[in-house]
Design a binder for this molecule. Structure first.
Ligand SMILES: Nc1nc2c(c(=O)[nH]1)N[C@H]1C(S)=C(S)[C@@H](COP(=O)(O)OP(=O)(O)OC[C@H]3O[C@@H](n4cnc5c(N)ncnc54)[C@H](O)[C@@H]3O)O[C@H]1N2
Ligand code: MOO
Length: 468
């Protein structure tokens, strides 16, 4: 029989070393482990921000629907312009945006026009009013004089379909809908859009020393920050968050939390308990409920991490989860929206939920989320893979760096007076120091093979914009 365990699959990866795993190998493995969701729902356009487009969109109309003016001014025939000559034209009418001029325009005539107004029949050029001299014409009419060289034929006219022609592809499926794409759909007259259902992600923090905000402080205990950073990062990503709070280091409580999470979610994220600590039951419980590999990543911060598949509870457990799906309220017309309780096939993998067991140190949790979990969740959401754009910035100071692991340092990128970017380390870099994560606006990415950085050397920076 073929061994389909994750340990076996991972071991076959080129250069696999579970205790010093290259981040690229880890990412590649996570891609093969996961599948995009396929179930689609219709949502009103105004609720489509951050959703993933389910189908290609073909433009049903041309935008703009007619040739129109790009300026307030006077529309005329460009062919009447003679090189080096002024041009005098008689104004015979007015075309307003929303009220076209339908009359005939003879040679030597023009039409006053506003931005967006339909170009009158036969006219192809607009001269802005600030480029003409206006005067009363004969018989009480109005006349304009265009100075030589003020415009060229065809200027200031927008052609029908220059944005999109009817029948042309407008958007491709897997587009993560941003304001511009939503505006584009609106410009095509759509009132709703078909998107993939939201990814459901369950989260809980582990550890006996973890207090929830509001709890009385006690010796040796710390307040839970990971629950707040991770759920906020998930919300930014547009996931449906199932927040299971803090689970103490107790095998029964941990197992119950994992079962609940697996029944309701496509992915489970935990923090803490993945290192070597003796009192930790987390690893044992993960092992007992699924197929899990424990990694030491060749990265800093965020070395220990668990990745796996947690088996789903039988459906009677899942039935109570319907209240946790808000998809039906978000969709328009009720087409295909459903909650998990009646529709388990809508999970990426009906039999298991993907597990990301993140290290407990607060910055390690965030960094592993940003570098490994986030791209994997985007894939599960069905979004097109777009690797982060790394900026190059000059390091303001020397940075110590050991070859053989990828390092992420919190950095503050600024633009110098000469326009170039520079970056300084944002305070203390310890993996429990969240305040420097707040000061930072990006992560300095020091590549696996790279050694020390000298002051003034260029380094790569992954900016936080759009991520957190
Ligand atoms: N002997 C070794 N010790 C450790 C190693 C190692 O390789 N050998 N790795 C270190 C690294 S690197 C990290 S990161 C941590 C990760 O450990 P765990 O994932 O098991 O996490 P915990 O021990 O539960 O917690 C670590 C640290 O983080 C604090 N924490 C945990 N959860 C939260 C939370 N929700 N909010 C705020 N702070 C949290 C916890 O109190 C600990 O201080 O292991 C190192 N040790
Ligand atoms: O995973 Mo740890 O952050 O390197 O302390």
């Amino acid at each position: 029989m073929t061994d389909t365990s994750l340990a076996h699959i991972a071991a076959a990866l080129p250069g696999y070393d579970a205790q010093a795993l290259h981040v690229d190998t880890a990412l590649a493995f996570l891609q093969t482990l996961t599948q995009p969701v396929t179930h689609a729902v219709n949502v009103p356009l105004a609720q489509a921000l951050g959703r993933v487009l389910a189908d290609d969109v073909v433009s049903p109309i041309s935008v703009p629907p007619h040739d129109n003016s790009a300026m307030d001014g006077f529309a005329f025939r460009g062919a009447e312009l003679a090189p080096g000559q002024p041009l005098a034209l008689r104004v015979v009418g007015t075309a307003l945006a929303g009220a076209a001029w339908r009359g005939a325009v003879a040679p030597g005539e023009c039409v006053k026009i506003t931005t967006g107004a339909v170009m009158p029949e036969g006219l192809d050029t607009v001269v802005p009013h600030e480029h003409v001299r206006q005067e009363a014409g004969p018989e009480g009419g109005e006349q304009i004089h265009i100075a030589p060289g003020a415009v060229r034929p065809g200027d200031n006219r927008r052609l029908r379909g220059e944005d999109l022609l009817a029948g042309q592809p407008a958007l491709q499926k897997a587009e993560l809908l941003a304001p511009a794409a939503i505006g584009l759909l609106a410009s095509l007259g759509f009132t709703e859009v078909r998107v993939l259902r939201r990814l459901r992600v369950a989260y809980f923090s582990t550890g006996d020393e973890i207090l929830s905000p509001g709890d009385a402080p006690r010796e040796g205990a710390v307040y839970d920050s990971n629950r707040y950073t991770v759920t906020a990062l998930l919300a930014r990503l547009g996931c449906e968050v199932i927040d299971l709070g803090v689970v103490p280091d107790n095998p029964e409580r941990l197992a119950a939390a994992f079962r609940t999470a697996a029944a309701r979610a496509d992915a489970i994220i935990t923090s803490g308990g993945v290192s070597t600590g003796e009192a930790d039951h987390t690893k044992a419980v993960m092992r007992s409920l699924g197929d899990v590999v424990f990694w030491g990543l060749a990265q800093r911060p965020g070395r220990p991490m668990a990745v796996g598949r947690i088996r789903r509870a039988p459906l009677e457990h899942a039935a109570s989860s319907s209240a946790f799906s808000n998809e039906s309220t978000a969709s328009a017309g009720g087409t295909g929206a459903s909650s998990y309780s009646t529709d388990s096939k809508h999970h990426a993998d009906a039999g298991t939920a993907v597990l990301f067991g993140l290290p407990g140190n607060p910055v390690a949790t965030m960094v592993t989320f940003i570098t490994l979990v986030r791209p994997t969740l985007l894939r599960m959401m069905g979004a097109r893979a777009t690797p982060p754009v790394l900026l190059r910035a000059a390091s303001e100071s020397a940075l110590r760096k050991k070859p053989g692991r990828t390092e992420y340092q919190r950095g503050v990128v600024t633009q110098r007076v000469d326009g170039r970017l520079s970056v300084r380390a944002a305070g203390q870099q310890g993996s429990g120091v969240l305040s420097s994560m707040v000061q930072a606006n990006g992560l300095i990415v020091l590549a696996h093979a790279q050694g020390d950085v000298a002051a003034g050397d260029d380094v790569s920076v992954m900016m936080f914009d759009g991520v957190m």
